[in-house]
Structures are given as structure tokens and as C-alpha cells.
Design a protein around this ligand. Structure first.
Ligand code: ATP
Length: 437
């Protein structure tokens, strides 16, 4: 994991937020190649969930909602972790994350003290803030801990304007905030993060719910493979009955084998019509669906697919990371699938004197591919940099290119080089992207 964290900083994928002030725990910034990678992941999700489907529409709702939202959802009362404080070192820890010794006593995670713990207390994970000029309880609001609640509160509006009929879904990508007690494992558990959530509304009927639950479970599992993640590292873990929320009838986690262990990427759940019913009860508004053809009215059940964007990016980074040896030299190479690689084609002139014609080649390709232009330093060093940011193809423009109209194109994974016509770069790249995908 340290290798990945260090590469992320060295090449501009992910930086610690406020690093010059010593950082702030649980907050991370994406650098130039990181933001492109993250955008590619979001775009791939949005296309497969919204753009390519007739039965899902998107929304973009605010981070702060009416506080009643969080009373209805249950977050005010129970979105908390049981916490214990160590009286000796003053550390505060999540009870379920502290190890116990053979005698059943907690071992203080700092290892600096033997540990003398308080009883467990609930600690609410929502960040609080104030809306308006007055800092009093009536103005108190929360930063959303998940993006889906506004999908539920806007359900009726979206249903009316989108002319959708059940079954259909509403999707959203956006920031969520949780005051996690122990942010850790790089971006895996952050305090500010992005979610990609789908709420798919179906008729409340055990058979129909099960059918759609199975459908989304398989569709989402396949999505990670299509993203380019190795299948053998992806797993589906069905929740045991005692793990399920009281209103949920089924839940499955998509998990990945991270360097720090197998962990959750996404949860797919059949939540019944609990959420809409809660908002109906608290708002006293009718959020039911009326099916004219069948002349029936009901509160839809929902199948939720809730994915973490930052966790997916971390998965992509861990999955792509590789070290090999080329000509006796060790190199680090990020083997991203070309469709999500931050840079797909790098144009590297052999000499700065060739800047003008090679920039022209790059400008042309930029219309279709994500490109980079780099003329600084030795060609070996430039290749190494491109390997570390996962660029699948590097084009070298040399002095012969001027006369023969050809360039050398190098494959990231095999380092094999081909001499091809400048006019062929586009086709070559498209064909070989396909092959790698
Ligand atoms: P965990 O058990 O890891 O805290 P959770 O089960 O509470 O996660 P959900 O509430 O189901 O998570 O959130 C859905 C998704 O949002 C998760 O699968 C994860 O990808 C992402 N997510 C949740 N909390 C965080 C976090 N603190 N940092 C980054 N991503 C998160």
C-alpha cells in the first residue's frame, strides 16, 4: 500500500489535503491525473446507469437538506458508531475495530498504553453546521452522509416530470460526509467522499423485488469487470440475516481484495418501501405511485445500488499497480484499461527542436484521445513517467519523421515498438485499445 500511496503523490493522482499545514485526517485531494481518472470512472458509471438506459434518470441534489430529512431517514437517531475512550492516552476508538487479548480485554490501538477504556457510547457520524446568521439549534443542519435521501424526497417531482413508470430508477453522483472516527487505508475510509447511487423503484411484491435485486446484483458485479478490474479479486458477499437492517430483505456487498484485506466497494440492497414510507410519515405528503392502466396505487419498493467513487478509484489504482523488469531495470507500471487511463496517448519528440511538428500531431489527436505532450528530459525518463501514470501508448517523433512521415509507437505493457505512419496513429490506437480492453 505504501508503494501506491507514494506513487499517487509522486505522479499527481492523490495528495493529502492541506499538506502544507500538516494535513487533515480523512480528507484527500485529487491531482491532475487523479481528477481525470476519477472523472473517467464517474463517466463510465453515469453512461452505464443513466445514458445507456431508458429506465433510469439522473438528478443532482444539494449537500444540505431540510434537517427533517435526516430525522425521517433515521440518521439523527441512529447513524452512529459505538465509541470507547482510552482514559490513559485519551484516544477515541470505534469499539468494533479494537482488538481484544486472550482474556477479553481491549488492546489500545496506539500501543503506547495498556488501555483503560470507558463504556461504549454512540457517536453520531453526521457533520453539523448552521444555516443562516444565527448559530442556534433551530438553524442546525447536517452535511448529507449519503446522497440517496434527496432522491426519495424528490421522488414525486421526478416521477411527474420524467414520465417514467414503475419500474424505473433515479441516479446521482455526489459528495457525502461522515465524521468517521478512524479514517484509514488511504482514501478507503475518508470523511469527505463521493458516492454513485442508484435507487431503482419497483412494485412492492416479494417476487418482483427479488427479480430486480438479482438483476442489479449481477449488473453491478459485471460493471467492475467492465471497468477493467481483475475478476479474481472481486467478490460478492451476501449479508447474513443478522447483518440486515430491519427493513431490508436482502443485501450483498461487492468486495475487492485490497492490499489491506478484502473490503466493501458497494452495497446492493432490497430496502422494501421503508424509505418512502418514512418520508410520507414525516412530511405527510403522498409519495405513492398510481398505475392508471391497472388502476392500482402503491408506495414503491426500492432496490439500491450504492457505490463509493473514491473506493472505486482506489480499487482501480491498486488493481493497475505493477512492478516488472525491462532490460534489467525495475519499473513501476500502472496497467489501467485504456478507456479509463488518464492519458491514452503521449507525444514525445526526440528533441526539443522537433516541438513544432510534434505538437501539431498532438493537437490533432487531442480531439479524439486524452493526450499529453512532453519534451523535457531523456526519452527513458519520459517513458518511465508515462508508465507510472499508466499511459497505454507513447508516440516518439524523431528526425526521420520529418521525411518519412512515420513515428515510433510504444506499447506500455509489452514495451514493444512499432514504426507506423503518422496518419495511422489513430487507427493503431483504437485497435490496440480494443485489444487491451
Ligand atoms: P462501511 O461499512 O465501510 O463504513 P457502509 O456499509 O457504511 O460502509 P454505505 O453506507 O453502504 O457504507 O455506503 C455505500 C458506499 O459508500 C460504500 O460501499 C462505500 O463505497 C462508500 N463509502 C461509505 N463510507 C465511506 C467512507 N467513509 N469513505 C469512502 N467511501 C465510503
Amino acid at each position: 500500500m505504501e508503494h501506491i500511496v507514494s506513487l499517487c503523490k509522486r505522479r499527481g493522482f492523490i495528495f493529502q489535503n492541506s499538506e502544507i499545514y500538516g494535513g487533515i485526517n480523512g480528507f484527500w485531494d485529487y491531482g491532475p491525473v487523479g481528477v481525470t481518472l476519477k472523472n473517467n470512472v464517474k463517466k463510465f458509471w453515469w453512461e452505464s446507469i443513466v445514458d445507456h438506459r431508458r429506465d433510469v434518470v439522473g438528478v443532482d441534489t444539494t449537500i444540505i437538506a431540510h434537517p427533517e430529512t435526516w430525522r425521517a431517514s433515521g440518521h439523527v437517531a441512529s447513524f452512529s458508531d459505538p465509541m470507547v475512550d482510552c482514559r490513559l492516552c485519551k484516544g477515541r476508538y470505534r469499539e468494533d475495530q479494537i482488538e481484544k487479548d486472550d482474556a477479553g480485554n481491549y488492546i489500545c490501538p496506539t500501543n503506547k498504553c495498556k488501555g483503560d477504556f470507558t463504556e461504549a457510547r454512540a457517536f453520531n457520524l453526521m457533520f453539523r453546521t448552521f444555516v443562516g446568521a444565527q448559530e442556534e439549534n433551530t438553524a442546525e443542519a447536517y452535511l448529507r452522509p449519503e446522497t440517496c435521501q434527496s432522491i426519495f424526497t424528490q421522488f414525486k417531482n421526478v416521477l411527474t416530470v420524467s414520465r417514467q413508470k414503475i419500474p424505473f430508477g433515479i441516479a446521482q453522483i455526489g459528495k457525502s460526509f461522515r465524521n468517521e472516527i478512524t479514517p484509514r487505508n488511504f482514501t478507503f475510509r475518508s470523511r469527505e467522499f463521493e458516492q454513485m447511487e442508484l435507487e431503482f423503484f419497483v412494485k412492492p411484491d416479494a417476487g418482483i423485488q427479488k427479480e430486480w435485486y438479482e438483476y442489479w446484483k449481477n449488473t453491478r458485479y459485471q460493471w467492475y469487470q467492465d471497468l477493467g478490474i481483475k475478476k479474481e479479486k472481486l467478490h460478492l458477499r451476501d449479508h447474513e440475516k443478522d447483518e440486515l437492517a430491519h427493513y431490508a430483505s436482502a443485501c450483498v456487498d461487492v468486495e475487492y481484495d485490497f492490499p489491506f484485506g478484502r473490503s466493501e466497494l458497494e452495497g446492493v440492497a432490497d430496502r422494501g418501501n421503508y424509505d418512502l414510507n418514512q418520508h410520507i410519515q414525516f412530511s405527510k405528503k403522498d409519495l405513492s405511485f398510481f398505475n392508471q392502466e391497472a388502476n392500482e396505487k402503491y408506495v414503491p419498493a426500492v432496490i439500491e445500488a450504492s457505490a463509493g467513487c473514491d473506493r472505486t478509484v482506489l480499487t482501480v489504482l491498486c488493481d493497475a499497480y505493477d512492478e516488472d523488469e525491462i532490460g534489467g531495470e525495475k519499473r513501476v507500471v500502472m496497467r489501467f484499461a485504456p478507456h479509463i487511463a488518464p492519458i491514452q496517448l503521449a507525444i514525445l519528440p526526440l528533441s526539443k527542436k522537433l516541438a513544432e511538428p510534434s505538437m501539431k500531431v498532438e493537437a490533432d489527436l487531442r480531439k479524439e484521445f486524452k493526450t499529453d505532450y512532453d519534451d523535457a528530459g531523456s526519452i527513458g525518463k519520459r517513458y518511465r513517467r508515462q508508465d507510472e501514470i499508466g499511459t497505454p501508448f507513447c508516440v516518439t517523433y524523431d528526425f526521420d519523421s520529418e521525411s518519412d512521415g512515420k513515428v515510433t509507437i510504444r506499447d506500455r505493457d509489452t514495451t514493444k515498438q512499432d514504426r507506423i505512419a503518422i496518419t495511422e496513429i489513430r487507427n493503431y490506437t483504437l485497435e490496440n485499445m480494443q485489444r487491451k480492453a
